[in-house]
Structure formats: structure tokens, C-alpha cells
Design a protein around this ligand. Structure first.
Ligand SMILES: Nc1ncnc2c1ncn2[C@@H]1O[C@H](COP(=O)(O)OP(=O)(O)O)[C@@H](O)[C@H]1O
Ligand SMILES: [Mg+2]
Length: 246
């Protein structure tokens, strides 16, 4: 088991956002958490990534285990430097005044401390360009000149540059035209099959998420109300009615 979330409770001040959720992700798996706006998807990912953000919730109960060991006390930069996991947060976090290639290189340089990081960076850059030919085409363009969808791809590309074993994505389909959205999910699927990268994606777009992931959980107002193979969830009448438009 790569990630094992046990009875996790998190709060913002005295408002509890997750009421003891449990789920797990095996190494090499693609898993999704689906749920409506406000269900607790972002809270879950922020807790897992251990980001010391003011907007991140406080864990008040339960545990988050990575390969069996609790990471509740692990520093977020340690998670990235050890290539354990990386989060692509909601929104497009890129440097608008830098080129696409500079955006990618900086993401790698910040996280690869090895002596041969130039070589490592070159190798990963090739992988990312292979997955996202569109970024390769645009490599000399400044980030701010990309379309919204391309900026989202770049944000994903930057996360991949860390070389993490596990990538977590917060609503990557948000605001993307269908064509770009499928392009991105296809690229992530290829990454998973080529590098066996574990992927945890949270989505409001349940239809797309269940097509992409092999397993999923349904999050509703801070609780997990269903879980299973994507095809079983897709066939579940309750899930169909509430999340798949009938
Ligand atoms: N910074 C915050 N302060 C207080 N409450 C928050 C904050 N962020 C989220 N919440 C609350 O926590 C719950 C879960 O939110 P969130 O994890 O953002 O859901 P989702 O990502 O599924 O839309 C919601 O009730 C939301 O209002
Ligand atoms: Mg959210």
C-alpha cells in the first residue's frame, strides 16, 4: 500500500471538514475521489501534501501513512525531495514571465539536489515533452501567453519534473475544453503506464474521473459514502443519479 488514509479528521478552526475518512491507494494505481463542491476534496489533498499553507486544514484525528509509516510529522519539502509525492493544486501555478521550458527546468532544479541534476533535468524534460507535445511546441513562449488549458498542462508538467512516485491533482479538468482535458488525462495515463507513477485525482467531473481511474471513492460532506472499481461505481444507481446525471 502506498497511501493509507485512516479515519482522517481535519478542521478549519472549529469547523470540521472531514469527519474520519479512510481510503487507500496502491503503488502504480490511478484512484479518484469524486464529490460535489464543498465535499472535502481539496481539504483531503491539502492534508496529504502536508503543505504549511494558512488555508490548509489542521489534522485533528486519524493518520496518513505512506508505505506503512505515518507522514503526519513529515515536512512537505521532504515529501517532494524524497520523490514521495507532489500536489498539483487547484488553479494554475506557473511563472507567467518565464518561458515554458524555464518553468519546467526551475521545477526540477528546485527539487533535484543530486550532483547530476542537469542530466536528470534533461531526461525528465524529454519525458514531459513526450507526454505533452503541446508544451514542446510552446517551449519558448512565456507562460502568460499560453491558453488556460495549456497553463494547466504546464502546471502538471512542473509537478512531473519533480520525478515523484505519486502525483496528486486537484480538479485538473476545471475550466478545460474537452479536447485539452482528454489530452491531459491521456498524458497522465501514459505516465502511469510508462513510469508506474501513482496518481490520485480529485474531481467534480465524476464521469471523466471514473473513465480515467481504475478505482474511486465518493466523498460527500466530509465522509466517504461509497468506493470500489470505477466500473462498479459507474453502474451504481445512487452514484449514477447523484454524480453522473442520471
Ligand atoms: N479555508 C477555509 N476555512 C473554512 N472552511 C473551509 C476552508 N476551506 C474549505 N472549507 C470548508 O470545508 C469544506 C470542504 O471544502 P473543500 O475541501 O474545499 O471541498 P471541495 O474541494 O470538495 O470543494 C467545505 O464545507 C468548505 O466550506
Ligand atoms: Mg476543491
Amino acid at each position: 500500500m502506498l497511501l493509507d488514509v485512516q479515519n482522517l479528521k481535519v478542521s478549519y478552526g472549529n469547523i470540521e471538514a472531514l469527519h474520519g475518512i479512510s481510503f487507500n491507494v496502491d503503488r502504480g494505481e490511478i484512484v479518484t475521489l469524486i464529490g460535489a463542491n464543498g465535499a472535502g476534496k481539496t481539504s483531503t489533498l491539502l492534508s496529504l501534501a502536508r503543505l504549511p499553507r494558512p488555508e490548509a486544514p489542521v489534522v485533528t484525528g486519524g493518520d496518513i501513512r505512506y508505505e506503512g509509516a505515518s507522514i503526519l510529522k513529515t515536512e512537505p519539502h521532504t515529501l517532494i525531495q524524497k520523490k514521495m509525492m507532489v500536489l498539483v493544486p487547484e488553479g494554475r501555478h506557473i511563472f507567467g514571465n518565464l518561458t515554458v521550458q524555464e518553468n519546467l527546468q526551475i521545477a526540477a532544479y528546485a527539487h533535484h539536489r543530486d550532483k547530476n541534476r542537469a542530466a536528470v533535468t534533461g531526461e525528465i524534460l524529454e519525458l514531459v515533452y513526450g507526454l505533452f507535445p503541446r508544451l514542446h511546441e510552446r517551449r519558448k513562449q512565456r507562460g502568460e501567453l499560453l491558453s488556460g488549458g495549456e497553463q494547466q498542462m504546464l502546471a502538471v508538467g512542473r509537478a512531473l519534473m519533480t520525478g515523484s512516485d505519486c502525483i496528486m491533482l486537484d480538479e485538473p479538468s476545471m475550466g478545460l475544453a474537452p479536447k485539452l482535458m482528454y489530452e491531459m488525462f491521456r498524458a497522465l495515463k501514459r505516465l502511469n503506464s510508462v513510469k508506474h507513477t501513482t496518481i490520485l485525482v480529485v474531481e467534480q467531473n465524476a464521469k471523466v474521473a471514473l473513465e480515467f481511474a481504475s478505482r474511486g471513492y465518493v466523498l460527500k460532506t466530509g465522509e466517504i459514502i461509497a468506493g470500489g472499481a470505477s466500473e462498479d461505481l459507474t453502474a451504481d444507481p445512487g452514484v449514477k443519479k447523484a454524480y453522473l446525471g442520471g
